[in-house]
Ligand binder design. Sequence first.
Ligand code: TRP
Length: 334
Amino acid sequence: MTDNKKRILTGDRPTGSLHLGHYVGSLANRVKLQEQYESYIIIADVQALTTHWEKDENLARDIFQITTDYLAAGLNPELSTIFVQSMIPEIHELTMYFSMYTSVNVLRHNPTVKSEAAQHGFTDLTYGFLGYPVSQAADISIFKADLVPVGEDQIPHIELARKIVRRFNDLYKPVLIEPKELVGDVPRLIGLDGKAKMSKSLNNAIFLVDTPEEVKQKVWNSVTDPSRIRKTDPGHPDVCTVYEYHKVFNKDEVAELEDSCRKGEIGCVNCKKKLTNKINELLDPMRERRQKYINNPSLVKDILMAGTEKAHSVAKETMVEVRDAMKINYFDVL
Ligand code: TRP
């Protein structure tokens, strides 16, 4: 390690453009954490195949897009090593070794695996899907990450990673680090339709790449208190999406807005205008940073290749220790 900073590793499956839900839920935190930790960001393209194995045609585009979103959001390639999972074959090797002693029943009872299987309508789980938490344990431990910043749904995976590492260290030699989850207390951002969560597939998202005009249109069409017809009708912020967003994006004014809404003093049009401005103020610096990469897309590829190369050399070093620990080093000892 270059210095004594603790190492974090986190990442995403590349499934298209990132939206405000991603920003609020994880990206903003990663931008902060990179100042304090040695930071690795994995673009988990192989993990994406566990649910999308027959739809591989968009992977290159999605990887490019997510990297551009990361950079636009403020991840600094000097501080965060951004890399592509499939380009590090040692991860798959470690996954295989881990899978020798990981119980199928433990995987089948993993609550996140269960809920994702249900969500995708999988009944007969594939080997790759059932085993993806094992692969995720390898993603994390091959980089000897101390901390894994994730949302709550990922906690079972980090717990499993910790157990897998502990077992490895007991069985063979203590060469890997037991990772811990780092869970922020960020509320899940609801969709523009007021439902569930912001998500690309639900078509209720504001993307980081949206133009100021698109943001305006989307906020304009978002759902407010349905019982409010005239501006002077008292509003009910608790059932209003725009109010939920003010809580997140306009902390300074939200209390005042809530009060004037309840009193029927501020109308929805005005309230939406204020929100549009706040969201565009947040996105403006990202638009500015993005422009550089739009003008010169090969910069994105260069950053990704450099990050992948650096990550690969770390992974290779760990695997030498892993193979030694497992005595899979025949040509050194024969
Ligand atoms: N499972 C994570 C998700 O769906 C993505 C991921 C893959 C990940 N490997 C990881 C997250 C390692 C943290 C650490 O969002």
